[in-house]
Write a protein that binds this ligand. Structure first.
Ligand SMILES: [Mg+2]
Length: 293
């Protein structure tokens, strides 16, 4: 049962919104977290936007009282990792403002001559920039990637190539194996928990809510965190049987949590089918890829 002794990490796309539309109940859930003093942090593998960008986006969608401190992106995670593991390093960046700003704030200079790292994030770099990255990797820079997602949703049923796809390109051209930050890397979850815990004094049990098995659920399970899967995004109930790891609970949507938080009584319709007979897989088109955020 959810109490104010819990804290939440929430994925965004497919969990609280989809295609720039709020998923019904998401706005009320965030309000409830704020009313009941339940700490929460949005955790996204999208390295393009800054936390300020994300706060503005959610404000336009209709969420209230959110600010940059409510967001932790794979770009921030990458900057934290480099700052912590290699002080005074330099980086050549293929990415958007969210990544450049995060590295700048971590005092990691941009270096196009002899960087320690080529850092790849989400975005659409030119072939000239990709060629430059290739040359720097050939000369000894190491390949770090903000997140492993090979594709990202881009509205409607469309997708675009993700950071993982660009990393695979550079891995093929240089033979260098990338190191991936973001979900499901445990470093993403431990740093997010650390950031979240600065907002409360007593220990709380953290719960991850996400829609993608390979990133949200896998990362939480592997770090020993409860993982709630919502079926409003990239995963259907029929696909659950494809995975060795399973969510703690499966929710139709985040709206399923509202009654439980309001009444304080655990709902019995939120139990994971992992503990029930396996779902029928006939007729299910299995997706082998996964998406950002
Ligand atoms: Mg998602």
């Amino acid at each position: 049962m959810i109490t104010n002794q819990h804290a939440f990490l929430l994925d965004m796309d497919g969990v609280i919104y989809r295609d720039d539309h709020i998923i019904p109940g998401a706005e009320r859930l965030i309000e409830l977290f704020q009313e009941k003093d339940i700490p929460f942090l949005f955790l996204t593998n999208n390295s393009s936007p800054t936390p300020e960008d994300l706060a503005v986006k959610l404000k336009h969608l209709g969420f209230k009282n959110l600010s940059a401190r409510h967001f932790y992106t794979s770009a921030l995670n990458t900057a934290d990792f480099l700052w912590e593991t290699h002080p005074n390093c330099t980086a050549y960046v293929l990415g958007e403002a969210g990544l450049s700003n995060a590295l700048q704030e971590a005092k990691i200079p941009n270096d196009s001559i002899s960087p320690h790292y080529v850092v790849v994030g989400e975005g659409n770099p030119s072939m000239d920039k990709i060629t430059k990255a290739h040359e720097l990797l050939e000369r000894g820079a190491r390949l770090v990637v903000t997140n492993p997602d090979c594709w990202c949703p881009s509205g409607g049923n469309k997708t675009r190539p993700g950071a993982g796809a660009l990393a695979a390109f550079l891995q093929t051209s240089t033979g260098q194996r990338p190191y991936y930050l973001g979900k499901p890397n445990p470093y993403m979850f431990t740093r997010a928990q650390k950031k979240l815990s600065s907002s409360y004094s007593q220990p709380r049990e953290c719960i991850m809510i996400g829609d993608t098995m390979e990133t949200d659920i896998r990362g939480a399970v592997e770090i020993g965190m409860q993982a709630y899967l919502v079926l409003t995004g990239s995963t259907s109930i029929g696909e659950l049987g494809d995975y060795v790891f399973q969510p703690t609970r499966v929710l139709g949507s985040v709206a399923d949590l509202i009654e439980e938080i309001e009444t304080g009584k655990q709902s019995d319709r939120l139990n994971s089918p992992a503990f029930q007979p396996p779902p029928k897989l006939e007729g299910v088109i299995k997706k082998k890829r996964y998406a950002t955020a």
